[in-house]
Design a protein around this ligand. Structure first.
Ligand code: AR6
Length: 179
């Protein structure tokens, strides 16, 4: 699914983010930047040990929830991995939506500052962190569309959604937002 936001493109695809040919891949990390399961595990497995070495050296204190930092991408074809830390779902009254939106804004700002023209995101917080997929889709897509509207870059943002159900939730949410 493809929509335009000014001169920028927003794409939804179903697949594995490690296989994407983009300038930056965003990782749904934990605040220790310690690696883990889910998309984090897949990115470290495909990119190799350089990624963890780089984050340990540059960010020994990790990364707070809602923030984003960049590292090398190791063996991945991307130029950078941008690590962002989503909120753990606690029922929705603990600032989860603001923290999730911040992940997208901060990651996109880091990408633009590094000169990236294409960026791929996973569905941050929708796995181990338990954010309901429909709510996450709405917050995530809105945050990206707002950023593109105001900053007019990067040229392309791609959501790479691993599970069919998550892809469906994002597609439905994007349809509603574009009405
Ligand atoms: N490509 C794209 N998306 C993927 C892939 C992949 N290869 N693999 C899984 N997903 P999660 P979180 C989807 O749990 O909820 C880690 O252990 C998955 O289907 O990876 O932010 C970290 O170290 C889901 O929709 O991230 C943290 O401790 C989405 O990615 C914690 O999990 C996010 O699921 C972060 O939890």
């Amino acid at each position: 699914m493809l929509v335009h936001a000014g001169k920028c493109r927003l794409l939804l695809v179903q697949g594995d983010i490690t296989q994407q040919h983009v300038d930056a891949i965003v990782n749904a990390a934990n605040s220790r930047l310690a690696g883990g399961g889910g998309v984090d595990g897949a990115i470290h497995a495909a990119g190799g040990p350089d990624i963890l070495e780089d984050t340990r050296r540059k960010y020994p204190n990790g990364c707070p929830v809602g923030d984003a930092v960049a590292s090398s991408a190791g063996r991945l074809s991307a130029g950078y991995v941008i690590h962002t830390v989503g909120p753990v779902w606690q029922g929705g009254q603990s600032g989860e939506a603001e923290a999730l939106a911040s992940c997208f804004r901060k990651s996109l700002q880091v990408a633009v500052d590094l000169g990236c023209k294409s960026v791929a995101f996973p569905a941050i917080s929708t796995g181990a962190y338990g954010y309901p997929r429909d709510l996450a889709a709405n917050v995530s897509l809105k945050a990206v569309l707002d950023f593109l509207k105001w900053h007019r870059q990067p040229d392309e943002v791609r959501f790479v959604l691993f599970e069919e159900g998550v892809f469906g939730a994002f597609a439905h949410s994007l349809e509603l937002l574009m009405k």
